[in-house]
Ligand binder design. Structure first.
Ligand code: UDX
Ligand code: ADP
Length: 487
């Protein structure tokens, strides 16, 4: 069987770019992306796409209306498709058993039930969303228990490894495509059918096949390993600040060891995004469920260090600003969880804002791709701050120079390239003195800023004299006896 019609359920950050690229590379396949969110579908059908991703717009505009369609007619498109991708969200559970750790599979289950209820022909169902190990077996059971006897479903695991901001290049030139399926004859046939779709543009040797559980676990393992590298270098950044070592030099030196490699060694304000925290917590929960408490504790530490790094950065700002930020204007450069995306899910900027708002700071936030509405909504979440406090203390500013006017300090939270090219002399002149810059991403020209007159603090290095970033892991600042770390 070769695939003629694909239906992708879920028009989000995964489903949208992935299936747009499939449509581009497979003009002979009709691809329809469906979603229950009518506003999102309307945006995909408009000139302003609902997500920002470099190169995505060109691809959508060149295929839309030809072999790429966006629709809210979920059932109709399921009926017509030979192959269905499930690309719905699998957030961390906020209730019940596994609250705060396990993935919430209610959206995946709803898809499986709809597929079972409306299908009139055989289908390959592919889990694209990141799911806990054995989710495919649950989908297969739901389909099996509800299906008309004449219809056969094969469930495959085909996790997506794209990173936001580089999604299109990751999809066009993937390191690998991973397909997991049942080891039966029908399972192998389904794997072959999906491999055929990818082989339209991915070299055959990069398409690897495994059993379903290995595929599901590989996705969690890949994200856990990547997150662990960031927590490792961030842990090292604290040691650098306390010793006079420079984390960039250390990262460079260790990264040249081919066994370690140089990627994902950039110290930062902590990782954000919809995947890392969710997937590591998911892994922790899995290990606990499997009665492997030591393994669970090991991975939990990756999250602990990430939270610690966010607090450490906020504490460093407060310590430097003479131990109080109450009523002081602080400018945040960047709110997205990384550059080249407007996505703010789990962005460290949200947590840094929380700690500063708790201390009464006034925040002026500038991000080239995040809307004011999004910033206000993220900060008004009950776990972050109250709408009243946000209304009183937060402004979202559309011009970076305006954002810095009369500010005590700038905190770089996202590594947008444009922050490297701003006129910092002009910015210095309009700020209150002493003017502080906290470079949470290690992207600014520190020496130049120093010579303009800024007091510069950067993660994992000492730039200006008398660094207040030197906060020991026991919570004491080794330079200043009066300083504190946030609770
Ligand atoms: C990640 C995985 O990379 C991807 O394979 C998976 O499919 C989804 O999760 P994503 O979250 O989109 O992708 O972006 P990624 O580039 O991995 O960055 C995640 C976070 O880590 C960002 O906040 C980023 O700023 C931070 N990061 C990354 C660092 O702090 N230092 C680094 O060296 C790399
Ligand atoms: P991701 O980053 O994993 O792509 P998103 O939240 O961006 O996650 O996108 C998931 C999309 O799936 C949302 O637009 C949501 O409306 C959609 N969705 C969730 N459940 C269903 C469902 N049962 N049928 C159709 N779409 C769904």
């Amino acid at each position: 069987m070769s695939v003629k019609k694909i239906c992708c359920i879920g028009a989000g950050y995964v489903g949208g770019p992935t299936c747009s690229v499939i449509a581009k590379e497979c003009p002979h396949i009709r691809v329809t992306i469906v979603d229950i969110n009518a506003d999102r579908i309307a945006a995909w059908n408009s000139n302003e796409l609902p997500i920002y991703e470099p190169e995505l717009e060109d691809i959508v505009m060149s295929c839309r209306g030809k072999n790429l369609f966006f629709s809210t007619e979920v059932e109709k498109e399921i009926i017509e498709a030979d192959l269905i991708f499930i690309s719905v969200n699998t957030p961390t559970k906020t209730y019940g058993v596994g609250k705060g750790r396990a993935a919430d599979l209610k959206y995946v289950e709803a898809c499986a039930r709809t597929i079972a209820a409306v299908s009139k022909s055989d289908k390959i169902v592919v889990e694209k969303s990141t799911v806990p190990v054995k989710a495919a077996a649950s989908i297969q059971r739901i389909l099996g228990a509800n299906m008309n006897l004449d219809i056969k479903f094969q469930v495959l695991s085909n996790p997506e490894f794209l990173a936001e901001g580089t999604a299109i290049q990751n999809l066009l030139h993937p390191d690998r495509v991973l397909i997991g399926g049942e080891e039966s004859k029908a399972g192998k046939k389904a794997i072959e059918t999906l491999s055929e779709v990818y082989s339209n543009w991915v070299p055959k040797e990069k398409i690897i096949t495994t059993n379903t559980w290995s595929s599901e676990l590989s996705k969690l393992a890949a994200n856990a390993f990547l997150a662990q590298r960031i927590s490792s270098i961030n842990a090292m950044s604290a040691v650098c600040e306390a010793t006079g070592a420079d984390v960039e030099e250390v990262a460079n030196a260790i990264g040249m060891d081919t066994r370690i490699g140089n990627k994902f060694l950039k110290a930062s304000v902590g990782f954000g995004g919809s995947c890392f925290q969710k997937d590591v917590l998911n892994l922790v929960y899995l290990c606990e469920s499997l009665n492997l408490p030591k393994v669970a504790q090991y991975w939990q530490q990756v999250i602990e260090i990430n939270n610690y790094q966010r607090k450490r950065f906020a504490s460093g700002i407060i310590n430097c600003l003479f131990n109080t930020v109450s009523g002081k204007k602080i400018t945040l450069f960047g709110f997205a969880f990384k550059k080249d995306t407007g996505d703010t899910r789990e962005s460290s900027a949200i947590y840094i804002s929380k700690y500063l708002l708790d201390e009464g700071a006034k925040l002026a936030i500038y991000d080239p791709k995040v809307s004011r509405r999004q910033i206000i909504s993220d900060l008004s979440h009950p776990t972050i701050s109250t709408p009243e406090k946000v209304a009183e203390l937060v402004t979202s500013v559309t011009d970076p120079y305006e954002a810095c006017k009369d500010s005590h300090a700038i905190a770089v939270c996202t590594e947008w390239d444009m922050f490297k090219d701003l006129d910092y002399k002009r910015i210095f002149d309009c700020m209150l003195k002493p003017a502080f810059i906290f470079d949470g991403r290690g992207i600014l020209p520190h020496e130049e800023l120093n010579s303009i007159g800024f007091h510069v603090e950067a993660i994992g290095k000492t730039v200006s004299k008398g660094s207040a970033f030197m906060v020991q892991s026991n919570g004491n600042n080794i330079l200043s006896p009066t300083s504190r770390v946030l609770p």
